[in-house]
Write a protein that binds this ligand. Sequence first.
Ligand SMILES: NC(=O)c1ccc[n+]([C@@H]2O[C@H](COP(=O)([O-])OP(=O)(O)OC[C@H]3O[C@@H](n4cnc5c(N)ncnc54)[C@H](O)[C@@H]3O)[C@@H](O)[C@H]2O)c1
Ligand SMILES: [Zn+2]
Length: 341
Amino acid sequence: MARPHLFSIDGHRVRFYPNEPIGRLRTLLPGRRMVLITDQQVYRKHPTSFAPFDTIVLRAGEKYKVQATVDSLIERLIALEVDRTTVLVGVGGGVVTDLVGYLASVYMRGIDVGFVPTTILSMVDASIGGKNGVDVGRYKNLVGSIRQPLFILHDYDLLSSLPKREWSNGFAEIIKHAAIGDAVLFEELRRQDLQSYQTNRIKLQRLIVRNVRFKIGVVKNDPYEKAGRKYLNFGHTLGHALEMQYELSHGEAISLGMMFAAQLSEEKLGFPGSEALQALLRRYGLPVKAGFSATNVYRSLSMDKKRVKRSVDFVLLKKIGQATLYPISLNELAARLQQYV
Ligand SMILES: NC(=O)c1ccc[n+]([C@@H]2O[C@H](COP(=O)([O-])OP(=O)(O)OC[C@H]3O[C@@H](n4cnc5c(N)ncnc54)[C@H](O)[C@@H]3O)[C@@H](O)[C@H]2O)c1
Ligand SMILES: [Zn+2]
């Protein structure tokens, strides 16, 4: 077994295995029982990976990222006699890792957790940083906690079954990383395309590891989102509102959110890269314009859980690779949304 990369986040040591078959899970933590939690899609495509373990299979999709799922999972853990010495392992996309991270932080006041992310999005983003939680009504991630995993294991073979739309979905977060803090990556992405990463394992692994390191770097410096971690919300203010109201994936919604923020950046800060960003999002199969109800979206944004004042702090770009926070008043936001749709 290859040596893991070790990261320390908020005093916790996280072991990252960048390229390891899921079959190695059994030998990862000698003497510790593991209970795996996954969703139906992942389970159906890779049933043998789960054979050696007690496994709980959830229904797939964001609509199951809710407290009711956590409650039923707690019942299942009790039935399986899961105790403090057990390690829960979330195997799946961001929905599974968010649910399992949260479950592990509340069950018996906290037990160990590990992740095997199986989407690009969860590899480069959702499984890193310790944030987890569930949606409540139309509020995304309203309830949750911060808990770092013991380990994160990437097995590229699991991506063989990932639908094309989910590849694009994950590249939205990769493009986000490039836009807010890695201009060199932005240029690489412009030269490549989805297929070149899908067909070249080494290139893909290099890309994923670069993005894992990027996110870890941001989170390490700011685990509780007081400063730099906020930049990771680029595209997410509008994106979350769209995601909860329309049939859009997380990546599609934040792609639209990034375009909105890019246009604001152009007007407020003279950001010169809107067109380049738009072209890049399109290149990776992401939407850049969609009709939505400005009124509904405004209502959801103005009631956002993080709202403490009559303005919204948007993450804007000064240039590709450099982000900043900029307050937009609610009145202005209403007007901008009308123009945008
Ligand atoms: N905690 C964080 O910091 C953070 C960051 C970003 C996103 N998120 C959360 O992540 C979620 C989105 O994650 P996602 O896009 O991975 O969604 P997801 O977990 O819903 O996965 C997308 C779809 O792909 C399927 N799938 C997963 N792996 C597969 C595989 N290998 N083969 C075939 N199908 C597979 C799933 O069953 C699902 O249908 C959102 O809830 C979002 O809020 C959390
Ligand atoms: Zn995101």
